[in-house]
Write a protein that binds this ligand. Sequence first.
Ligand SMILES: C[S@@+](CC[C@H](N)C(=O)[O-])C[C@H]1O[C@@H](n2cnc3c(N)ncnc32)[C@H](O)[C@@H]1O
Length: 365
Amino acid sequence: MTTLETDVPSDGRTTEACAETVFAGILGMEQTTALYLGDRLGWYRSLAQDGPATAPELAARTGTAARYAREWLEYQAVCGLLTVDDPGAAPDERCFAMPAAHVPVLADLDSEAVLTPFARILVASLRRIDDLLEAYRTGGGVSWETFGDDAREGQSAQNRPLLRDALARDHLPLLGDVDAALRAGGRVADVGCGEGWSPIGIARAYPSATVDGFDVDAASVDAARRHAAAEGVGDRVAVQHAGIEAAEAGAYDLVCAFECVHDMPDPVAVLAGMRRAVAPGGTVLIMDEKVADAFAPDGDEVEQLFYGFSLMCCLPDGLSTPGSVGTGTVMRRGTLEGYARAAGFAAVEVLDELDNDIFRFYRLC
Ligand SMILES: C[S@@+](CC[C@H](N)C(=O)[O-])C[C@H]1O[C@@H](n2cnc3c(N)ncnc32)[C@H](O)[C@@H]1O
């Protein structure tokens, strides 16, 4: 045995398969970086909106450098994300195009298929790699605020099609009592509302409802207020720079939290605050990651996705507050049930009819 070998049996696992898994990740990281560049430089949007382009044309349209545009375009074609009319043409005469089927993933921020915002969150984390190393050594954290604009705006953009459009169109109507209360002009409290797309979506779909958003991140609150005004619902969406403790007790037909309970340093206190805020007969609704009920090796893509975000963002964010429970992104059903019981709820109902590929909805009773 060399110094680099272990005596753990391989159990059918091979060096080649391990190398393939790791190599796919390295290719994925390269692709994520290129995704970030193409999104931030406006290259994907230009190809989608203004049509095919050579490298000099794309550079001129977007105010960027033609030599870099050429390398990026060729890489995108090599990866199969763009097509090229004549690969044999001189480099600056090759014309690159985005297949119509790729537009929802790469360029349409209103599409539920869009994936470019994920790249912004991941790049935001990599920018803070030294802080992450320090946190991993000391047990400290890296706050949501420290991860900065790319993390906040990436999160907001990734969830916007769901929270602004699909939530009130496809999901809430499945909860008959909630739907009826909001149609009748109900009140909603939305904790951890981020840049405000869930309050905005609810206010847009239910024209007589009013929504109070709460978030502890000042930049998120500013953005949420701006977005609410721009979407024409600023009169019915009020966003406070505060936690749920600022909400009026017993006043809300719906008290909700979308993809944020796992980030909270004291989720039991927040759930108790949600319980206090809900009106008799009202609903407490949580949307969080659709992870498996128990840890197991060789997890599926959803499990891998959320462990990755936990390593890079959510766990260090949670641990940036002293005394945090340190949930991490992978908040399993049993963990939420434990928090809910400690907050005074009797039961957690899993709303299977509402879930999608990556999120699960829970009603706390
Ligand atoms: C991952 S973001 C989710 C934002 C939004 N709900 C969405 O899905 O886009 C988590 C949000 O929870 C907020 N947050 C964390 N702890 C909080 C607390 N105790 N009270 C209110 N907001 C909190 C953060 O500031 C952040 O905006």
